[in-house]
Design a protein around this ligand. Sequence first.
Ligand code: SF4
Ligand code: SF4
Length: 277
Amino acid sequence: MRALIFKLQRLLGYVLGFLLFYKPFMFFNSFFASFWQANGFHSLHVPCARIPISRLLSGDWGSSGPVSLFFCLLLAVVSFWFGPLFCGRLCPAGAFSEFLSTLLPKKYQIDWGKYVPITTLRYGFFAGFLLITSLGFAYPCAYCNYYALELFIISIGSGQLLLTLLSLLAVFFLANIVFGLFTQGGRGYCNFLCPVGAASSLLHRIGQLLPGPFRMLVNKSACIGCGKCARSCPMRTISLKQGKADIDTDRCIVCGCCQIQCPTQAIRYKSNITKEL
Ligand code: SF4
Ligand code: SF4
């Protein structure tokens, strides 16, 4: 029952994310655009955090509109103090690839952590993204899983699937088929390629240097090393060290899947100054 309620809560969060950011609803845009009297609110690009991030090194991030900058600020503050809640509780693009991964048995899926150092590649790609987009060598929307999902939905609805830009179809295939359906946990794109996720996790990590911010914490004395949390983690960010679960804060999206699966309630989402752990 507890697991069912949790699944329902997660689903509602992603539906809310869809209503806030995707066409035809875009409630986030319409509310803040009318608030700031900004024009052209009816686009996924308006609140996009990826575009200002791509301009960080060039110093041109200020040219993004007020809705986008407000969203970035919100994302930064929440990630710093509470972790990447947007990724784990709201992002419909991440949820979609995660859902696809549930359709295939694990034996047909890739456990990337066995073959490559995910965290190193994640931040390596993020550094490359900052560099090449700031120098103008690449357009951040060209490999956006968020935009690819929107175009995919629109193009199906309008019967113009083949007219969808090839690069975005390729991104859709990579994000949802290779890194979703055929990846254990279904969050391959989030792990390797998403600059918004990487920036959020980086802020989460920096937040942990201070007393107070929240994170997923493992009570080692309550952990029996069953590994259920590791198998349920969509980001595959939990490993067993000396028979105890260990969470890599550099990739945890505070989705809570591990917490709900733990038979001894050893995992909690708490402030890092919590004494009992
Ligand atoms: S460690 Fe837990 S909260 Fe973090 S991503 Fe994995 S399942 Fe979600
Ligand atoms: S599910 Fe709970 S008891 Fe099992 S390894 Fe994870 S933290 Fe430990």
